[in-house]
Design a protein around this ligand. Sequence first.
Ligand code: ISE
Length: 341
Amino acid sequence: MTDLRIAVLGVGLMGADHVDRITNKISGARVAAVSDRSPQRAHAVAHNIEGCQIVDDPFDAIASTEIDAVILSTPGEAHEKQVHACLDHRKPVLCEKPLTTEASSALGIVEREAGLGIRLIQVGFMRRFDHEYIQLESLLTSGQIGQPLLAHCIHRNRVPGPNFTSESLITDSLVHEADVTRFLFKEEITTVQIIKPTASAGAPPGLQDPQIALFRTESGRHIDVEVFVGTGVGYEVRTEVVGEFGSATVGHNVGLIKTGAPGTWGGNLTPTFLERFSQAYTDQLQRWVNAIRKGPTTGDFTDGPTAADGYAAAAVCSAAKQSLRTGQPVEIVPPTHETCR
Ligand code: ISE
């Protein structure tokens, strides 16, 4: 079988990393096209990849008969139209989070895909491929620490992403915590509240950083999340689940706990998510490519988080953005479409 021809749309930090992984770390696929609003960036990524075209208009790449599958690492605001175009052309798509920036548009996508009767959309919630999160999920399922009751989550970046707004902390960062909560606890989040502590003096003017999010789930479990995207220190993602008979944590370096000098925290911190979740990104891509190859016989071109998972997380984020404005807890409208369950 010849290699799958993939178009990577958006080749900033994440997209360029996908291109590198497809070219150098996984098998069965090659990057056949890239597109980016910066021609220089597209050129820098594509120029030494054999047979890789630079396409100005991402919709041309999606429509091309020379492209078998698409990765969207464009900004979240661009996803809705681009995912619909992938569905129009029946192209499997790995869409980076968020699926879309609002619940209503994400639901539209779920319904549209369901109408096609095949599964084409996978959402890039890579933590589901991380061995620590997989171990934590298994531990909870085994019942060894009893019923999980609470989770405390930390999500820190060294610097905010480009053009980050207060809402981006929710749609780009908190969105992972919404997905991980659903992955670990196997139930929906029903209420979210955003608390706004004193903003860091290091934050760009107007950026509410850090933020605290409080989730409540269907059965009444409590999850608190600190999102702080401009610590100046490094990438820190930790989840501690407290059960009836014990607790378990992922993302902790052992030993001395001291934060301060850039890049250190007891042990070593990775500078960004790319190093911390490196293996997870590789596994996510390889399994996605393998699933696409089997897709014509199974009708399922995915192996990982679905459009419905993307919708559920988007619903939490839409409610969280409302709470960011009002400071009040906001209820999340439960998914009504049967394909979201
Ligand atoms: C970034 O866009 C990501 O997707 C990372 O996984 C996340 O941890 C980070 O906060 C975002 O800025």
